[in-house]
Design a protein. Structure first.
Lengths: 107, 122
């Protein structure tokens, strides 16, 4: 099983700042099969990025994804108030596994 | 707009079988080439994929739960179902259904149900 480790566990930033979230895999993941989700309290996760860098439908361009092999990054260029949430990475190239999440909180 | 809705008991006794159904609206399960998935979320284990099924009836299961999970599809009712046997308190979680395009379109879980909390307790 591919284990995904996200860092940091919690990220405290202010609106307008840039957020960089990391996802490290225990073994190489095909770039076609790495996704990111956003989850707010009481809601289902929402797909943001698939295939490492492709934005899902209706996702603003301030969200971008990058990486390869075992290291992947989600970047939010300028934080909006609605961006404060928990973010999960997921690999779906070898079965499906999720990271444990990064909580993005308002500083 | 595609919508998914989970339904089923919110309380299950230990050692019994958890049964949930996901009803799809806005599109026909049988007309798409997607898989349909069950995912759960618990405080202890985070997000965990349980399995997916194609409208042809071919299921894929999480190896860690393989022997306890059964997923089936009923195209006439446009829904798919989850059965998890021999439940324990560790199976207490919010259960989600989702559309799964990871195997056919490299787009994973793009539509989700709202989730349903299932507690395992006597």
């Amino acid at each position: 099983e591919i284990v995904l480790t996200q860092s940091p566990g919690t990220l405290s930033l202010s609106p307008g700042e840039r957020a960089t979230l990391s996802c490290r895999a225990s073994q190489s993941v095909s770039s076609s099969y790495l996704a990111w989700y956003q989850q707010k309290p009481g809601q289902a996760p929402r797909l943001l990025i698939y295939g490492t860098s492709n934005r899902a439908t209706a996702i603003p361009d301030r969200f971008s994804g990058s990486g390869s092999g075992t290291d992947f990054t989600l970047t939010i260029s300028r934080l909006e108030p609605e961006d404060f949430a928990v973010y999960y990475c997921q690999q779906y190239g070898s079965s499906y596994t999720f990271g444990q999440g990064t909580k993005l909180e308002i500083k | 707009q595609l919508q998914l809705q989970e339904s089923g008991p919110g309380l299950v006794k230990p050692s019994e079988t958890l049964s949930l159904t996901c009803t799809v609206s806005g599109d026909s399960i049988s007309s798409t080439n997607y898989y349909w998935a069950w995912i759960r979320q618990s405080p202890g284990k985070g997000l965990e994929w349980l399995g997916s099924i194609h409208n042809s009836g071919s299921p894929l299961y999480n190896p860690s739960l393989n022997s306890r999970v059964t997923i089936s599809v009923d195209t006439s009712k446009n829904h798919f179902s989850l059965k998890l046997s021999s439940v324990t308190a560790a199976d207490t979680a919010v259960y989600y259904c989702a559309r799964d395009g990871g195997l056919v379109a490299t787009v994973p879980f793009d539509y989700w149900g709202q989730g349903t909390l299932v507690s395992v307790s006597s």
